[in-house]
Design a protein around this ligand. Sequence first.
Ligand code: AMP
Length: 422
Amino acid sequence: MSRPISAPRGTRDLLPEDGHAWSRVEGIARDLSARYAFDRIETPLFERIELFSRGLGESSDAVEKEMFRVSGAAGSEEERAEWALRPEPTAGIVRAYLEHGMHVRPGPQRLWLIGPMFRYDRPQAGRYRQFVQWDVEVIGDPGPMVDAEIIELGQRFYTESGVRDVVAYLNSIGDGECRPAYRAALIDYFSAHDDRLTDDSRRRLRVNPLRVLDDKELDPELAAGAPRAIDHLCDACRAHFTSVQALLDDLGVHYEIDHRLVRGLDYYTRTTFEFYVAGRRGQQQALGGGGRYDGLAELLGGPSTPGIGFGIGIDRTVIAAEEQGVSSGALALLVAVVAADPDALAPRLRAAGTLRDAGLRVRADGTSRKLGKQLESAAKLGARWAVIVGPTSDGTVILRDLVASEQRELPLSEVAAAIGRG
Ligand code: AMP
């Protein structure tokens, strides 16, 4: 026998026992997307590498270390890797927005998707190489009202998912006007304390000094004394940030300012935020994050267009809900269709169809086992009721309560109503 093949490292199979919890959380995301008047968009799972290197920044971890490269068939023109699996959805969505001239459509575009993202990172609990994000983007709205609306949407998602104590950590990292002075202040400060930086931070200081603040191993004392972005904001960025906070206060959204929250990608401007369960701010514990990206469309060769969005991790939301003991709700009762006559296959399928028409969850037993065996296995599968169909198609069946072990004869058309009454 040959060796069994296992799933690639850092990926997970979604098994039936987890499917219901996933569907519940994804369902809430879909429902909220509709209630907040977002329209669905889908973009390819792979894009040109250049889209990510230009959009996210050459020095971002996603591009520098974690890109999953995709090459074409052997011998094809694209044999050398030209594409990468998407590490995040925003660059692809803004690419599609520009490519399809969506700016001429009325109003800011409000777009959502749920789908897999790929990062070639070291796998561990809560960090996978393939994971699912719910993503929303508003393109063409400079804010600040929409900033607050998006953060409130994230909070509402966790509330409806049953995940308690979620805090939105918030910062503003300025824009092209004020960020250069902030960068310079960070370079001055950290260069003076070069000996206390990790090797990684020393490198970050050269290529993207804001990201030193992102270094989880940064000496806490050094971090506490670092220049703060909000002290370097220009008047317009400060006014924007003040309004976002006032709107969140008004809505009663639980947020805290975090001066180290810079996010890892180059495209962010002004408002940045991440969601965590209070007191659980470890590296693999961010439940979601996002921010404003007013410069991204231009980086991708389009006209200057403001935008804001978030990516919420579905894997981590499901894990957090489980850890907090949130029930994923009961599945609809299961009905099994069985028959004593081994040849009565068509009547089973017909009866199953009628019951499904009535909205019931039905599985039909297509085996030629003895009736008793079929009933036993229906009970093992969790069926509450069995519908025993006879060889004739006069419309009469036996409805058996598998818990109470009671049964009675009735017309098939009355089964759904009888089950509804218990
Ligand atoms: P990011 O854009 O990196 O902040 O990602 C947004 C959200 O996606 C995070 O807050 C996580 O919930 C989730 N996420 C990011 N990377 C991973 C990963 N490697 N595995 C699982 N979830 C992830």
